[in-house]
Every structure is written in C-alpha cells, then in structure tokens.
Design a protein around this ligand. Structure first.
Ligand SMILES: Cc1ncc(COP(=O)(O)O)c(C=O)c1O
Length: 392
C-alpha cells in the first residue's frame, strides 16, 4: 500500500481561499441548471481596453517571448516609477520598482523578505483574506487591530498605537479597502504617520490596488506622499487588475526602499522569474496611456456601488456602512441570528444568491457583496437577499 505523502506544517496551516470556494460552488450549481445570481466576484466584468490588448499582441508578434529581467522590463519599471512620482507624488526611481505577478505576488515577496519567526504583522480588521495567510507563510504572527461598523471601519490611531509591540514589523494599510470600501482620508494618514514616527521598527505596506475606484469627490492619497519623512519604510503595492480590468494578465508592482526591492527581486529570480514578457508590454501601454478608460470604468462602478448600497440600506434586517471605494459592500447581517458562513450557505441554497461570508475577512457578523456585476444582476441579487432576510 502507498504511504500517504505528508504535507509540510506550512501547507497544513494554510487556509484555502473561501472566496474562490464560494465562486466554484456557485458555478457548479449553475452548471447543474440552477438559477444562480452571483455577487461574489472580485474582478471587473469589463474586457481589458483594446489598445492594451493590441500592445500585448504586437509585443508577442515582435518576438517578446523569451526570459526577461527578473525584476521586470526596464521600460515598465521606469513607467511605474514615473506614475508613482507624478500621479501619486511619491518620488520613485526605476530601481525601486519590482514588477510582480499581480499585486498578490508583490505582497507575498515583501512579506517573505521582511517577516520571519518572532515578527508580527499589524493588520487592521476586517482585512483582505490573503494578508494573514501570507504572514503565516513567512513564519510571522498576526496582530489584529479591530474596527467596527459603528465607527465606519475606521482605523483608530490610538488603537494602532496600543497594538504596537517591539515585535511589530509591518503594518498593512489597504485603501480603498476590500472588503469594507473604507477610504483613508489625508487626515487619517497623517494621524497614522504621527503614531509610526514613535515606532521606528514598524514598516508599512500600502495596498493601493483599488486606487482608481473611488466614490465621486474623493481623492486617493498615497501614504508615502502624506508622510515623505517615512518614505524609507513605506512600501506601495499596486497593479493593473482592478483599475485597467486586467485580472488575468497577472501584472502588479512593489515599490519602495531599493535594498528591500533588490531582496524581493532576488526572491523572485529564484521562484517565478520574470512576469509574462508580452503581458508586461500590455501593462506598459496601459500605464503610459490616457486614463480615460480607467475613469470610465470607475464611474460605472460608482453608479453600481450606489445601486448596491442604496438597495442594501433599503432592506429590513441589515445594516451597512456605505462603501466609499473599491467594488464591495460589507453588510451586517447579524440580526438574522446566523453566523456568516451559515447565512451564505443558506442564501445560496434557498435563494440562489452567492455572497462571501465575512468570517473570511475577520468579521462573522457581515457578508461581502460585490457590485462588479451588471445593474440587472445587482437588482436581482438585492431582491433575493430581501426575500431571504424576510424568510423565517
Ligand atoms: C486588497 C487586495 N489586494 C491585492 C489583490 C491582488 O490583486 P492582483 O490580482 O493584482 O494579484 C486583491 C485582489 O482581489 C485585493 O482585493
């Protein structure tokens, strides 16, 4: 008889992504012929703009099909540095940029080169579900800094200060936030910077992947621009997935202090090597091109965000902090008396609506609904959720 292969302790401790599991379940039910409505998606439902697709096709035809530099195509690193310097007011040189396999690998690489056993990740909660798993994979522990719906999921600087210990090595800021849609204002960033000036051992990673997806009238502020004196320990993560509708292309970046970028680049050279060469040329066209397409998609997401949040606020038995950015609403369903997993399982079984349980994001009172769906799908989802809430 074959002896079962033992997994590493690292793999045993890993939680598979619940969002992907829910999406797979909804897909299976649909394939089974059931009438399923999904508000669980974490990706734009638009196609990548044509000029970006054409640039990648041209690069493929021009023979950009071989290994490239592990840190990324020089022209793309330069263009990302220029974007950060001019659009985000974060002065950056090309050697401070690493092109990664999506924002996810930027975070993964950074956690691997900064965190180890005995280190702590400071994580405002609710959080995007990959951060704690990536910290654990690096051998670090996670210290949550809870925030409540009653406070608009706002990160309280006093609570941040109280959470910091000598082992605290890295703080995550994610604005606009997945899952809450909370957006940090300039004053918030300044208050956080004031705390961090007293704790020089704490570096910061700012996940700005939803940078362009903001409610009308709001402005995105990069932390490194709000606190230039701390720029040496601030890392910016971003990518093409959400703003340019390029989720499948897998192109993102990590920017910050050059020695850390060099270490992350060395890690990448020993793990995945360069990001797909011709995809990088599509990304180069995207970042060098006009922002019209990005702003048009962002405006459509704002209309849908309003449709979803207005609809949710009209439902009996549900509470919502209206999201200010990204494309999610994180609604409190605790009045139904069910934990978020049971709620979502029953919602899918009884009403055919797929949503993501808040427990995956550190808050079991909530569920996450996405507005990255057509207005008709959002209205259909709202009707199904209303029926579920009204049912015994
Ligand atoms: C907060 C957050 N950060 C990073 C990512 C990763 O994005 P990418 O597709 O560029 O890897 C996601 C994707 O859902 C996200 O929600």
């Amino acid at each position: 008889m074959l002896r079962p292969i033992e997994l590493s302790a690292r793999a045993e401790a890993l939680q598979p992504s619940l969002t992907l599991a829910i999406a797979a379940r909804a897909k299976a039910l649909r394939a089974d012929g059931q009438d399923i409505c999904s508000l669980s998606a974490g990706e734009p439902d638009f196609d990548t703009p044509a000029f970006i697709r054409q640039a990648a096709t041209a690069a493929l035809e021009a023979g950009h099909t071989r290994y490239g530099p592990a840190a990324g195509e020089p022209a793309l690193r330069q263009a990302i540095a220029a974007k950060l310097s001019t659009e985000n007011q974060v002065p950056t040189t090309a050697d401070q940029v690493l092109v990664t396999n999506g924002g996810k690998q930027a975070l993964y690489n950074l956690f691997q080169v900064l965190l180890g056993p005995g280190d702590e990740l400071l994580l405002p909660s609710p959080y995007w579900l990959s951060y704690p798993e990536m910290a654990k994979l690096a051998g670090a522990s996670v210290r949550l800094i809870p925030s409540a719906a009653a406070d608009g999921f706002w990160l309280d600087p006093h609570q941040l200060e109280a959470a910091i210990t000598p082992a605290s090595k890295l703080l995550v800021l994610n604005s606009p936030s997945n899952p809450t849609g909370m957006v940090l204002a300039l004053e918030d960033l300044e208050a956080i910077a004031a705390v961090l000036r007293r704790h020089p051992q704490v570096a910061v990673v700012c996940d700005e992947i939803y940078e362009f997806l903001l409610a009308p009238g709001l402005t995105h502020h990069s932390f490194a621009a709000a606190a230039p004196d701390l720029a040496g320990r601030i890392f910016t993560v971003n990518g093409f997935a959400k703003g340019w509708a390029m989720t499948g292309w897998r192109v993102g970046w990590l920017a910050g202090s050059q020695p850390v970028i060099a270490a992350a680049s060395a890690l990448q050279s020993q793990s995945t090597s360069n990001v797909c060469s011709f995809a990088q040329f599509g990304a180069l066209a995207a970042i060098s091109g006009p922002r019209d397409c990005v702003l048009e998609m962002a405006a459509e997401f704002s209309r849908r965000r309003c449709l979803l949040s207005d609809g949710l606020m009209g439902l009996e038995g549900l509470a919502l902090v209206p999201p200010q950015g990204a494309f999610y609403a994180f609604a409190d369903i605790s009045s139904k008396g069910l934990d978020s997993m049971t709620f979502c399982n029953r919602l899918l079984e009884e009403q055919g609506l797929a949503a993501v349980p808040g427990v995956a994001f550190g808050d079991d009172r909530c569920i996450r609904l996405s507005c990255a769906a057509s207005p008709a799908t959002i209205k259909d989802g709202l009707a199904r959720l209303g029926q579920f809430l009204a049912s015994p």
